[in-house]
Design a protein around this ligand. Structure first.
Ligand SMILES: Cc1cc2nc3c(=O)[nH]c(=O)nc-3n(C[C@H](O)[C@H](O)[C@H](O)COP(=O)(O)O)c2cc1C
Length: 202
């Protein structure tokens, strides 16, 4: 049976969605079965309307099926992504992750392999704090957290060992440097997950 990877993300203007797609591509390269899922938009209509790019993204969506608790249960490995919101993950993603108490209580999220990614508009505006805050949830689950690291020369250039990230200054869309890091993150998540699941079933 193939390794099962869930990529779950929230995005308001498409950047995190592009990172999620690159991560999924990297995981798929390993032969893993990959589900990409998003979460519902819960911001008030006035907040969405205050940013034409946000409104356009919402109007064109939903861009993927919504993640469900059975998706989390199905997955051997999980990647979670969100834009940085005041230095942490967006409430929309957090709300989905906060709905996992029942699975957590039954131990169904323990030993999953997990990693996270983000984008922010400024280089020191909270990329690392967002990744670390997302990972905190994985620690509580008892998941095995996989950082991106520096194990590949590309990652020394893209430069965030905590998790794939992109600085969207000036409304830039994710560039090849960031997308390459995310592909590597997906590949690494799926490879490590495969090793662990094969060891467990041996
Ligand atoms: C309410 C709000 C809070 C934000 N907080 C931060 C922040 O703390 N640091 C930062 O650098 N960018 C911040 N941003 C910018 C977004 O993180 C950035 O534009 C990101 O690339 C958007 O990703 P998306 O296209 O997936 O929504 C914020 C944007 C909004 C709307």
């Amino acid at each position: 049976m193939s390794t099962r990877i869930l990529v779950v993300y929230y995005s308001a203007t498409g950047n995190t969605a592009a990172l999620a797609a690159a991560l999924a591509e990297g995981a798929t390269e390993t032969g893993a079965e990959v589900r990409v899922r998003t979460v519902p938009e819960t911001a008030p209509p006035g907040a969405v309307a205050s940013n034409p790019r946000w409104q356009a993204w919402v109007d064109a969506g939903p861009h993927h099926e919504y993640a469900t608790l059975p998706d989390l249960e199905w997955a051997d490995g999980i990647a979670a992504g969100s834009p940085t919101r005041f230095g942490g993950p967006a409430a929309q993603l957090k709300s989905f992750l906060d709905s996992t108490g029942g699975l957590w209580a039954q131990g169904k999220l323990a030993d999953k392999v997990a990693t996270s990614f983000t984008t922010a508009s400024t280089a020191h505006g909270g990329l690392e704090s967002t990744v670390l805050a997302t990972n905190n949830i994985f620690y509580h689950w008892g998941a095995i957290v996989v950082p991106l690291g520096y194990g590949d020369p590309h990652l020394k250039e893209s430069g965030n060992p905590y998790g794939g990230s992109f600085v969207s200054r000036g409304s830039a869309a994710p560039d090849e440097l960031a997308l390459g890091a995310l592909r590597r993150q997906g590949h690494r998540l799926a490879t490590i997950t495969t090793r662990l699941t094969s060891a467990n079933s041996a």
